[in-house]
Design a protein around this ligand. Structure first.
Ligand SMILES: Cc1ncc(C[n+]2csc(CCOP(=O)(O)OP(=O)(O)O)c2C)c(N)n1
Length: 306
């Protein structure tokens, strides 16, 4: 969780300094969901990610140096510096890719799960998306197909309370997005997305169900993004009081306190972990800064047109 937070905080800082261009969507405050969900998967299982995907990539095993190089537009990045923040895929670790199209990863996950079933490969696919994505047609079509074909896929909604400036309070007539599972005949679960262990437990049971051939599940993890939607967001659509209330539920502090209270780790050990994550991020920045930009000749390489 520290690696994810420090990565995104560093990206924020570098954007402010003009060292990263384009745009980016930070997942600060949402670290428990990717970490717990990916911990319940095997390396051979797959994920699809979203525009707010740095945490998903890191949790599924991505190399933060290659990620930082991608964000800084260098040839050593995951897409040779031509994809940026929203296009990180890491097939070796089972990450089928982030997606700038809201809801775009959902049918991709269902296609991958269909492949797993038809080829008898026995891998499970976990698909991350936001609350806003569940109002897209792709979500509804994909859930129905996954249900009727009993596919090994987990639909994992990170409900961070906002789709850009639109609050879930204004965008839904239902209290829980997980209730939509009922319409497609699959189990739906609501979980506190800032509670690492609770998320792990619910995903682990959905993974077991999927792997046994019983079909998909929909999980809604209630969480909050601390920062704005993307770079140009003044957060005028919500109050500072609301932000403070959610920050009090910081997933990292909560898990840290639990480990200390249970005698599983000491404060020193956990601070050391944070320091190591910080060093890894500094190494990532140095690696990216010392890597070259792609040349003009590389512009059309690895780019496909139909
Ligand atoms: C199909 C599509 N429609 C609209 C957009 C513009 N857009 C980018 S992010 C976003 C909000 C998505 O909200 P949500 O799915 O809740 O994810 P979050 O940003 O909260 O993580 C929108 C509308 C887009 N990228 N793709």
């Amino acid at each position: 969780m520290w690696l994810i937070r420090l990565f995104d905080e560093k990206v924020d800082e570098m954007f402010a300094k003009g060292l990263i261009h384009g745009t980016t969507h930070l997942c600060v405050g949402q670290e428990a969901t990717p970490v717990a969900a990916c911990a319940a998967l095997l390396k051979t299982d797959k994920i699809t990610s979203t525009h707010r995907g740095h945490g998903h990539c890191i949790a599924k095993g991505a190399d933060v140096s290659k990620m930082m190089a991608e964000l800084m537009g260098r040839v050593t990045g995951y897409c040779k510096g031509k994809g940026g923040s929203m296009h990180i895929a890491d097939l070796e670790e089972g990450n089928l890719g982030a997606n700038g199209i809201v809801g775009g990863g959902i049918p991709i996950a269902v296609g991958a799960a269909l492949t797993s079933k038809m080829m008898k490969e026995n891998y499970v696919v976990l698909c991350f998306f936001g609350d806003g994505a569940t109002n897209e047609g792709s979500f509804h079509e994909a859930l129905n197909l996954a249900a009727i074909w009993d596919l090994p896929v987990i639909f994992f909604c990170e409900n961070n309370q906002y789709g850009m400036s639109g609050s879930v309070k204004d965008m839904f007539r239902i209290q829980d997005i997980a209730d939509r599972a009922l319409a497609y005949g699959m189990p739906g679960h609501v979980v506190d997305g800032n509670d690492l262990e609770a998320v792990y437990d619910v995903v682990a049971s959905a993974v077991a169900r999927a792997r046994s051939g019983a079909g998909p599940s929909l999980i809604e993890a209630k969480t909050y993004r601390w920062k704005g939607h993307s770079k140009s967001d003044g957060r005028k659509y919500r109050t500072r009081e609301e932000e403070t209330a959610w920050k009090a539920k910081d997933p990292i502090e909560r898990f840290k306190n639990r480990l200390i209270d249970e005698g599983i780790a000491t404060e020193e050990q956990l601070n050391d972990l944070k320091a190591r994550a910080k060093m890894e991020i500094e190494r990532a920045v140095s690696f990216a800064e010392s890597s070259p930009y792609p040349t003009l000749e590389m512009l059309e390489e690895d780019v496909y047109a139909h």
